[in-house]
Design a protein around this ligand. Structure first.
Ligand code: SAM
Length: 282
């Protein structure tokens, strides 16, 4: 393993739930760095103790970054190597780090990113949604006006949308997205890399129904199908298409014909409609 360079800022991803996901290189950088700038030093100490990288922890988070940033820059300019970590996953991604990177670049300090755990991409690759193109949205703003402005700006993006959300807000977020984006296909990826990892696949509405029955617990990534060039009209509810599908079945159309027809009209998933018809076949 290469020695790490003095006067360099390393961005070090850490596990999102499974310590075995710590890469060999991440361990090496934490062991060798002069300083570890951590979002929560108590949290990161568990990791540094486990991987034999004791001491050298300094706090760097949203609430102290104005003072801690320049202090860390001074250490880097004095030739110290600094590893920056957040509580879990990639620094900078919905986590502290972006300002430190900016400061370092302004001072011509080398910034070296390490690849590693990230909840958004981990969820995406097993979601079954289109992973060729995607947009990472992260946490929605909490206030109504800003949230609405954001959803207005992403409604017609023809690519999978990836959101982060806290468990106590997920139902409200599903319902907001359902209203703003229409009843699109969606996947809730829960507790990734942990013992109770679960993928729930359905629509925004069916996920909401599911969560009404069982209170959401743990960490979630929410993925929503892209809008396409002609997004589904937000007015179509699950009841609307199900009763239309049932009506067409009564008229003698086959499940295949019905799913093709309704998917064409609404941009709902042909597979979801087909499966509904097969399950409810008289
Ligand atoms: N920097 C992290 C990353 O690279 O993924 C994200 C940190 S952000 C503060 C925390 C959010 O990431 C959580 O609210 C949740 O939406 C998502 N997340 C983190 N770990 C997760 C996990 N194990 N399973 C599902 N979602 C997770």
């Amino acid at each position: 393993m290469n020695e790490i360079c003095p006067g360099t800022l390393y961005l070090v991803p850490t596990p999102i739930g499974n310590l075995e996901d710590m890469t060999e290189r991440a361990v090496h950088v934490l062991q060798k760095a002069d300083v570890i700038a951590a979002e929560d030093t108590r949290h990161t100490r568990i990791l540094t103790e486990r991987f034999g990288a004791p001491g050298k922890l300094v706090p760097y988070h949203e609430h102290n970054k104005e003072e801690a940033g320049p202090r860390i820059m001074a250490m880097l300019k004095a030739g110290k190597s600094v590893a920056q970590v957040s509580d879990a996953g990639m620094p900078v991604i919905s986590d502290p780090g972006a300002d430190l990177v900016q400061l370092a670049l302004e001072e011509n300090i080398p910034v070296v990113p390490l690849p590693g755990p990230n909840a958004a991409l981990t969820a995406l690759i097993a979601s079954g949604l289109d992973a060729r193109q995607f947009a990472f949205i992260g946490f929605l703003p909490k206030t109504g006006g800003k949230r609405k402005k954001l959803t207005d700006s992403i409604r017609s993006l023809p690519m999978t949308l990836i959101f982060y959300e806290a468990p106590h807000r997920i139902k409200e977020t599903l319902s907001f997205l359902r209203k703003e984006l229409g009843n699109r296909r969606a996947v809730a990826a829960r507790e990734l890399t942990k013992k109770f990892e679960t993928f729930s696949r359905g629509t925004l509405e069916s996920l909401l129904e599911q969560m009404k029955e069982e209170a959401p617990r743990g960490e979630y990534v929410l993925l929503v199908e892209g809008g396409g060039e002609d997004p589904a009209p937000p007015g179509i509810t699950e009841n609307d298409w199900k009763s239309r599908a049932a009506g067409l079945a009564d008229e003698g159309m086959t499940p295949r014909e019905i799913s093709r027809k309704i998917a064409g009209e609404t941009h709902l998933s042909r597979r979801d409609i087909y499966q509904f018809l097969i399950k409810n076949k008289k």
